[in-house]
Design a protein around this ligand. Sequence first.
Ligand SMILES: Nc1ncnc2c1ncn2[C@@H]1O[C@H](COP(=O)(O)OP(=O)(O)O)[C@@H](O)[C@H]1O
Ligand SMILES: [Mg+2]
Length: 303
Amino acid sequence: MARIFSIINYKGGVGKTTTTYHIGTWLALNHGKKVLLVDVDPQTNLTFLCATPERWQDFRDNTGTIASLYRAHLDDKPFNIRDIVWSKPIEKAGKPVVPGLDLVPSDVELLSIDLDLQASSTGFTRLEDAATQHITKRAILSNALQEVADEYDYILIDCPPNLYLVTQNALAVSEAYIVTALPDHLSTIGLEILYDRIKKLNNLLTYASAISGGELKGPDLGGIIFVRVRLGGTKITKAHVRKMAEIKGDYGPNVFEEYTTEGIGYGEASERALPVFLIDDANAKRVADQYRKIGDEFLARFP
Ligand SMILES: Nc1ncnc2c1ncn2[C@@H]1O[C@H](COP(=O)(O)OP(=O)(O)O)[C@@H](O)[C@H]1O
Ligand SMILES: [Mg+2]
């Protein structure tokens, strides 16, 4: 049975996608794990780290994307998520190079799906009915993933920078959520806000589950991973080191020991739709080492 995690922050550009991709590919490449990546961000970045836009377009037209799952739910049609699992999407010269890893690709259409899910709410006079609707709207991904969860060791869900219903679906099916963050002042405030918001969402989920007889409860905080840390002696870099220590004080063992520093080496990897581990170049090698350690720490924390 897969262990399921959401990688989340309501901020953009804080390494969610890069981290999801590299933990996933590392677990598959080096530890022989079966990994399913699920991209639920309409920006489709995780999908494009796995495959070129041309191959995605092809898959989307012929097979579908995560949007198909939500569209089917809105249209009250049956849907099997297996139909949109892209088997071994990461390729080099036309051959799969991360054979243990599959992907549920995303779609820009998710943008309107969140609005449609919200709009499909109906008023209720009975509390039980309202609770059931609350759960139903947040259990779409959970119900779908049950179909394939036995086939994977890990399912990693890359979330968009918001907490709307598609994100709440990701949280509801996850045992824990992993936050990626820069160790700067605004991110520190952001961590607290995110933690509180998810706690509130979890409370609502537990409450509605108790009334409706559902089983969703929401995830625990599983970890905080710092990214793009700047080390050194300047004012800004000193502030990073200080903030990291401060956040460790607040969140204790939830903070990963390993982190990434601000580095070059991601650009070529993302252009070639390959993980940095598979790029033969000095810059990529340097950053690859950081994600190896983060991947190993993830595995040690969630064996
Ligand atoms: N350690 C790092 N050093 C330099 N650039 C990074 C680092 N980690 C991520 N990036 C780059 O930052 C940008 C945003 O990262 P991304 O993972 O897409 O963030 P998010 O998913 O939170 O929006 C990407 O272009 C990515 O390649
Ligand atoms: Mg992203």
